[in-house]
Design a protein around this ligand. Structure first.
Ligand code: CP
Length: 311
């Protein structure tokens, strides 16, 4: 079955069937990464371009590994080494890359909407690898895969997302995808970091961490964006940590089988305590492992489903 969308620009465009198919495909791909020879010929002859205008450790590397595990040719271009430095526009950059006949473009950009804009000027599918504070759909999908792997079914699960919801592309992508999958979402943080009117979208809002995580299956802790410290959203990091850092004391009031996830990178001791981050309920590195499988699934479903054998 094909996905209902040619590109992956946001989770808003993905149906429940799309998400189920992506998660099922990723689940079947996990095993390839455990083999001594971690490579299948599925996308041999396909060309993937990773175009990253913002720093990344997890996303860029896992898109590259995913493409290589499926035998695609993967080319990485960073903003700082592209001709955008010489003044070439983003659209001209994409059209010139398109002239070399790639099969897919993966784009991370600091401007919200940049991957969607590019998708209008190229024929190949575009995957949004994070655009400004808009969306990060492949992160939401790997988060869902991680939760589903530990809970079996997503329907009816309760999640608390803690932190800077206002500026988080991870939160935005997750809220929509989780609601599509029948999950209940609560956001937690100080009022300046929570978008006004979120309740009207069916999201519960809380400003009290220990109350908010009492009855949830999953707590997702977001990175405090230190680069926004001078924008006046927080009076101080210490005050934020006093109220919203996930510690073993706050967790004592939660379910003892609660799952803890964080998209990374982590500010140790600011949004999550060290012992919690490295404790038995933390799935943070499991998320990173699942990121490879999700990105393999996206490549396969966008490029190779009709002419490939996943084994
Ligand atoms: N989660 C995430 O997007 O991490 P990177 O910025 O390292 O890719």
């Amino acid at each position: 079955m094909l996905l209902s969308t040619k590109s992956i620009l946001s989770t808003k465009e993905l149906t429940k069937q799309d998400i189920q198919q992506i998660l099922d495909t990723a689940e079947s791909f996990k095993e390839i990464s455990t083999r001594p020879i971690k490579k299948v010929p599925t996308l041999r002859g396909k060309t993937i371009i990773n175009l990253f205008f913002e720093p990344s450790t997890r996303t860029r590397t896992s898109f590259e590994i995913a493409g290589k595990r499926l035998s695609a040719d993967v080319i990485n271009i960073s903003g700082s080494t592209s001709s955008t430095i010489k003044g070439e526009s983003l659209i001209d950059t994409a059209r010139n890359l398109e002239a070399m006949n790639p099969d897919i473009l993966v784009v991370r950009h600091h401007c919200s909407g940049a991957p969607a804009l590019l998708s209008q000027f190229v024929n190949s599918p575009v995957i949004n690898a994070g655009d400004g504070s808009h969306e990060h759909p492949s992160q939401a999908l790997l988060d869902l895969l991680t939760i589903r792997s530990h809970r079996g079914d997503l329907e009816g699960l309760k999640v608390a997302i803690v932190g800077d919801i206002n500026h988080s592309r991870v939160a935005r992508s997750n809220i929509k995808a989780m609601q599509t999958m029948g999950m209940k979402v609560r956001v937690v943080g100080p009022p300046p970091l929570i978008p006004i009117g979120l309740e009207h979208l069916g999201v519960e809002v809380s400003h009290n961490l220990s109350e908010a995580i009492k009855d949830v299956d999953v707590v997702m802790v977001l990175r405090i964006q230190l680069e926004r410290q001078n924008q006046g959203f927080l009076s101080s990091l210490r005050e934020y940590s006093n109220y919203f850092c996930l510690t073993s004391e706050t967790l004592a009031k939660a379910r003892n089988d609660i799952l803890i996830i964080h998209p990374g990178p982590v500010n140790r001791g600011i949004e999550i305590a060290l012992d919690v981050m490295e404790g038995p309920r933390s799935l943070i590195l499991n998320q990173v492992t699942n990121g490879v499988a999700i990105r393999m699934a996206l490549f396969y479903l966008l490029l190779g489903e009709n002419n490939a054998n996943p084994n």
